[in-house]
Design a protein around this ligand. Sequence first.
Ligand SMILES: *Cc1c(COP(=O)(O)O)cnc(C)c1O
Length: 420
Amino acid sequence: MHFITTQRLSTADETVFGILQREFTRQATHLEMIASENFTSPAVMEATGSIFTNKYAEGYPQKRYYGGCAYADEIEQLAIERLCEIFGCAYANVQPHSGSQANGAVYAALLNAGESLLGMDLQQGGHLTHGAKVSFSGKNYHAFSYGVGANGLIDYAQVMEVAKRVKPKILVCGASAYAREIDFAKFREIADAVGAILLADIAHIAGLVAADEHMSPFPYAHVVTSTTHKTLRGPRGGVIMTNDEAIAKKINAAIFPGIQGGPLLHVIAAKAVAFGEVLTPQWKAYAKQVKRNARVLSEVLLQRGFELVSGGTDNHLILVSLLGRDFSGEEASIALENAGITVNKNSVPNDTRSAKLTSGVRIGSAALTTLGMKEKEFRHIAHRIGDVLEEVHNTALHVKIKKELVALLQNFQLYGCATY
Ligand SMILES: *Cc1c(COP(=O)(O)O)cnc(C)c1O
């Protein structure tokens, strides 16, 4: 019996196909405003679903442990070259399965168990892998944290003070819920003052950095990690970059055979496609629009009396603070979902509610900007968000807003089709 047929998924497995259809409808009928999500191009998806999923290629280009790797080498080398061109660096590893794996590999390469790292506190905008207790980064290493000041901005004097006290081997900068520009030069000064290696994790802002719409971590950071699926708009995955040959060698060994097995070549092929898109002249316009749209969101919500952590935004996201309000981030995100807007609840600095409830919502502009929305649409959506947040328990209002927003979305059809 042959298991390979020419059947498409729609007839080969109706159950799975049905789930995909329902997910398509969900994506096409909700305003996607989760700050870490985006819509990849059909070309990126085609590469993700390609024949490279069949191939084992443990090792690196020209240094494989399997036969038949000629085209594996070609695709991985291309992805590396394009990534180095985007960020202006000398060495890149495109094999990390995710942003967390990328950070894990950097620590594995440069830290011994129990050695120290200093990163941004999760509650204040950092990522789990920057030393949170529940993550390998907080379990395997001695992790310390810094945060933001009363104004919601990174307090560089505090970072310096903590760094001098704890003398971390690695200083981590970069964030998951921080709406302001990160000053990599200042972080390098702090790293140098205590002899630390500076890791810049640009998972969220990579697409902006690629367009010079955010300060570059090079030449300041010794190592840079990123996801490829957030503002960079590629397939789900991670990357690691550096200009230091010795660090590059350690990182390659840490990824394979250190913490991963065979690379996901189909995803690497899709990364190459996405990097190619970032290298087009249109990318700059996209990144600029992402920032403008987030700015409009911030202006409207501030105007309507909402509080934003840090008082605004320099990038693709805003963090609305619900401290002192009689509803949580959890309730707010459910109300917004009912109104057709997908966001996530998020802790805010000095949150008084649990991580399950939180006192904030994080809202991003990257995905809707990909669909072609501009200031006009974002102004409109921002007002609807304001309406929902002013009446989080008014379900009739949410239903009405959802109808209106789904109609708006019809003009920005996902992948130009109505069904999967
Ligand atoms: C999203 C994110 C990651 C992790 O990415 P995953 O692909 O989900 O593992 C790492 N660091 C930062 C700052 C992030 O925002």
